[in-house]
Design a protein around this ligand. Structure first.
Ligand code: SAH
Length: 514
């Protein structure tokens, strides 16, 4: 795709799953991505690596980039260097109180082609996630979307309050929290019953979603008492009652819990998406970054000499992936394994082997090095057996050492190195302020690096009080050694086992001992 073109993309209300397929498609081809605070920053990972990212949210503490400035940025970026593809990400839908119309007009006037990708608007999505259908047979046949930004006490109103109050069953106000007392007063003044139910839904569709319910008569006081803040949708109408039965999102087992995932970014997704699925807010703090070893020579030599090994032992999915990367780079394929038996520690490692066409000969029941050794003994491995272990540069030596003690010849080749990750300041802040419920550890090195990353920050002390969920006994020991509090340990030393342990610890879901 070549520019100039601007896609005005509705990024949905917050839940990254609520962006349209078309929106993601446009985002993924863009040269420039222009975004603001209402669009979920997670989407930026769907942009091209070399895409230019332009933030047009708050400039400083209170100063905003003006609409004229944003329009000018869109025109300038689209026409730069002979024409670029610009993805303009907007919260919700671009044309619903999003000033997308103004941006489109500016583009039209500048002669810049544009396309609009509608999005899921907050006025529909936030009530839906709060368990409120905005229309419902027998309750209401109509709904209105209204700006609550206008001061309801001003003399000449753009809103026909006298009609609005009683003409529609459901009214969804955007941007109305600041004016809530005025809005409710106006509706009552023009004849809406003070007993009409009202719901305020804040940060709808995100793990921070908060819903406050009341009536036209009391919701303003309740909101003030709870210090209820924007951004929120105000839903007025009898449909609000349905929430008593339909509140599906806020009743997820981990809703309201904030969990830190310390795995490397490349590996975090399985754990993170499972936790998000269960309703948790996930803060990723990759304690480990996985990088190439200093040299591929030892791995490549092993790949070339695969025929000479009796066993190849994979200890992680990463090891598998990277080893096969080199098999390919060396222009070989799975047939190189024909003469060797393959062992895989843990089901995820085994599954990764299967992806590359290798069915492991041996997957130990217990997913720790000690467990593996027992099984090897039963399989008659001993004097003279040649074993290859492709794995991280820095790992425990129990496995190679013990195999050597038993007479094996062992070659350990580093397929990756792990280095300390960089902590997001926002995550450190959350730990420091005590608004994190648990931290998950999937290996000893995630524990060590996590503590290292927090050294010298305001979160260092607070971290020791965090509820730590550990994948297994070795990881737990490391955590305890470093002064952390291990709240729960997975019975099965896998990611699903870890998730199950968290569910069990918080009394949500099946018993963790199952
Ligand atoms: N174009 C957007 C609306 C932008 S106006 C859309 O279609 O959704 C900004 C207002 O939208 C906020 O003041 C708030 O009222 C509402 N809003 C946006 N995201 C929201 C969310 N996740 N939960 C509740 N309200 C939200």
């Amino acid at each position: 795709m070549v520019g100039p073109i601007v896609y005005l993309i509705g990024a949905g209300p917050g839940d990254p799953g609520l962006m349209t397929v078309r929106g993601l498609e446009c985002l993924s081809i863009a040269d420039v991505v222009v975004y603001d605070y209402l669009a979920n920053p997670r989407f930026l990972t769907s942009a091209r690596q070399d895409a230019e990212l332009v933030y047009v949210g708050k400039k400083g503490f209170s100063e905003h980039v003006t609409q004229d400035e944003i329009n000018a940025v869109l025109v300038a970026k689209a026409t730069e260097g002979g024409g670029k593809v610009v993805a303009r990400l907007k919260g919700g839908d671009p044309f619903v109180f999003g000033r997308g119309g103004e941006e489109a007009l500016a583009l039209h006037e500048a002669g810049v082609p544009f396309e609009v990708v509608p999005g899921v608007t907050a006025g529909v999505a936030a009530p839906a996630y709060a368990g409120i259908p905005i229309t419902h047979r027998g309750i209401t046949a109509d709904v209105a979307f209204v700006t609550g930004n206008e001061d309801p006490t001003k003399e000449m109103s753009d809103i026909a309050w006298e009609h609005l109050a009683n003409a529609v069953g459901t009214i969804c106000f955007y941007m109305g929290i600041k004016n809530l007392p005025g809005i409710t007063a106006r509706l009552i003044e023009f004849g809406r019953s003070p007993a009409t139910p009202v719901a305020l839904v804040r940060w709808g569709t995100t793990p921070r979603q908060q819903t406050l319910t009341g009536t036209l008569a009391d919701i303003a006081d309740k909101a003030a008492a709870a210090d209820f803040q924007a951004p929120a949708i105000i839903v007025v109408g009898d449909v609000v009652h349905l929430r008593d039965k339909l509140s599906w999102f806020e009743s997820k087992p981990l809703f309201g819990r904030t969990v830190i995932v310390t795995r490397s970014r490349a590996q975090a997704s399985v754990l993170s998406s499972r936790l998000i699925d269960l309703g948790a807010e996930v803060l990723e703090m990759p304690a480990i970054e996985i990088v190439d070893p200093d040299s591929w020579e030892p791995v490549d030599a092993a790949v070339a000499a695969l025929e000479t090994y009796d066993w190849v032992v994979f200890t992680s999915a990463n090891g598998v992936e990277r080893f096969f990367g080199r098999v390919e780079a060396c222009e070989r394929d799975a047939r190189a394994f024909a003469g060797a038996k393959v062992a895989a520690i843990g089901p995820a490692t085994a599954a990764r082997c299967m992806d590359f066409g290798i069915r492991p000969d041996y997957v130990p029941d217990e997913y720790v090095a000690e467990g593996l050794l027992e099984g090897f003994e039963e399989r008659g491995l001993g004097d003279g057996t040649r074993v290859l272990i492709p794995r991280a540069l820095e790992a425990r030596e129990v496995l190679p050492d013990t195999l050597r003690e038993r007479g094996c010849t062992v070659d350990v080749v580093p397929t990756y190195r792990t280095v300390l990750g960089a902590a997001e300041p926002s995550v450190i802040e959350r730990i420091a302020e005590g608004s994190v419920d648990a931290v998950t550890f999937t290996s000893s090195s995630t524990v060590k690096n996590f503590m290292k990353m927090l050294e010298g920050t305001p979160a260092a002390e607070r971290a020791r009080e965090l509820f730590a969920a550990s994948i297994g006994p070795v990881t737990s020991d490391t955590a305890r050694d470093l002064g952390l509090t291990v709240g729960v340990e997975a019975q099965e030393h896998t990611i699903p086992g870890l998730v199950q342990a968290l569910l069990g610890a918080w009394g949500a879901g099946e018993d963790a001992t199952d």
